[in-house]
Design a protein around this ligand. Structure first.
Ligand SMILES: Nc1nc2c(ncn2[C@@H]2O[C@H](COP(=O)(O)OP(=O)(O)O)[C@@H](O)[C@H]2O)c(=O)[nH]1
Ligand SMILES: [Mg+2]
Length: 174
């Protein structure tokens, strides 16, 4: 039985323009998000799934870059069950900023599961990068999952959604 006042939180963080909003919206249109509303420096979405006869709800936040510098990001990140850290496969330089977000999110929620997402597999410049990529370099010191997706084509998005729900379930049973 889920206490509705304790819906697990899933936080999307990462470099500006890496595709956080596009990914959350994609999930909303294709799958499971019922509301999508902009709010103070972040977007909040509610997603539900029926699991073992129970309706389980998660709160998804998509943090805008400015929230990091206003300190709001740290507040929102506290108590996160699953951190989804997004970087842009077509722009290597986004990894540094995403790495910074991972550190902030892990500091705010040390026990959260971490999913690192390389977005924009559809871009041709992503292909070379994928060949040479060592995603482990992004998450040195942390246990993490790594998936590659395209918010544009939807490639890998199902895998990401399923992984998010699996991790939410694990955190709930910890
Ligand atoms: N080609 C491509 N463009 C994408 C993808 N995801 C997002 N974008 C584009 O990248 C830009 C930034 O996306 P946005 O979701 O606003 O990034 P955010 O700042 O991380 O929320 C927008 O122009 C999106 O249309 C993708 O998978 N493929
Ligand atoms: Mg955004």
């Amino acid at each position: 039985m889920q206490d509705s006042t304790h819906s697990p939180k899933v936080s999307f963080v990462g470099a500006p323009a890496s595709g956080k909003t596009a990914l959350v919206k994609r999930c909303a249109e294709d799958r499971f998000i019922t509301e999508y509303e902009p709010t103070l420096g972040s977007n909040l979405a509610v997603a539900t799934r029926v699991d073992g006869g129970q309706t389980v709800r998660i709160i998804i936040s998509d943090l805008g870059g400015s929230s990091l510098y206003h300190g709001l990001g740290r507040e929102i990140l506290r108590g996160t069950a699953v951190i989804v850290a997004v970087y842009d496969l077509s722009r290597l330089e986004t990894m540094a900023s995403t790495r910074e977000w991972i550190e902030i999110a892990k500091e705010a929620s040390p026990h959260a599961s971490l999913i690192v997402v390389g977005n924009k597999t559809d871009m041709s410049s992503s292909e070379d990068f994928l060949d040479s990529l060592d995603p482990k370099s992004l998450v040195v010191g942390y246990d993490a999952f790594h998936v590659t997706v395209s918010a544009k084509t939807g490639e890998g998005v199902d895998t990401l959604i399923n992984l998010i729900w699996e991790q939410v379930r694990q955190v709930a049973h910890r």
